[in-house]
Design a protein around this ligand. Structure first.
Ligand code: SAH
Length: 195
């Protein structure tokens, strides 16, 4: 799979509506998603048998990227039904993240709300991922977030940052300075702590 091709395919998915400020809808761009997924493949976490769940999936860019990269199955969990579109081979759960049961999964990938608009809006996502049956969790979050490692630890998971980047935030979120050019993000990879 060519990185450029993956980036182009992901960039051409139906765009996230990105209008519900309350739900903190900051969509990942195709190039960055493709780089992230290539890294997952490189680390050996995405194989033909891997079952992927994307929490707070938006238009499904991360989960669909994993599907294209060869995942066995992909479930996209997203509350905003306007994000839904048909992509052959992937399934949707249109509903709250708390409705996901946490089973039939090897890898969780997510760029959830960061809890900037609504304090702790990321908590149900972290809880769902770390309580699930997954063996590895990938998370995109603000580089400024200080609470993530502690929460992971409380569930006996440990993580490291595998990729950093800059995220353009749409100008429609007018609490951001449109000229600031974006916000720094980190991508974490979590695995269960050794017993
Ligand atoms: N993962 C996508 C979207 C990121 S924005 C991407 O990287 O492009 C975060 C997404 O989480 C939004 O689409 C928002 O609608 C969704 N969301 C917010 N709260 C949610 C909840 N409680 N349950 C399910 N989805 C939620």
């Amino acid at each position: 799979m060519r990185l450029r091709h993956l980036a182009m395919t992901l960039s051409s998915l139906p765009p996230h509506p990105q209008t519900d400020v309350e739900l903190e809808q900051y969509a990942t761009e195709g190039d960055f998603a493709a780089r992230w997924i290539a890294e997952i493949v490189q680390l050996g976490d995405l194989e033909p048998q891997t079952r992927v769940v994307d929490l707070g999936a938006g238009n499904g860019i991360l989960g669909i990227g994993c599907f294209i990269a060869g995942a066995n199955s992909v479930l996209l969990v997203e509350k905003d039904e306007r994000c839904h579109h048909t992509f052959e081979g992937v399934e949707w759960l249109i509903g709250d993240v708390s409705e996901w049961k946490g089973n039939d999964v090897d890898l969780v990938i997510m760029n959830p709300p960061w809890g900037v608009q609504t304090n702790k809006a990321d908590r149900p996502f972290l809880d769902a991922a770390f309580c699930s049956d997954a063996g590895v969790v990938y998370l995109l979050h603000s580089a400024n977030a200080k609470h993530i490692e502690g929460i992971a630890k409380s569930y006996d998971w440990e993580g490291e940052i595998i990729l950093s980047g800059n995220f353009r935030i749409p100008a429609l979120y007018d609490h951001h300075n449109a000229s600031s050019g974006g916000t720094d993000v980190s991508i974490w990879r979590f695995v269960r702590s050794p017993k």
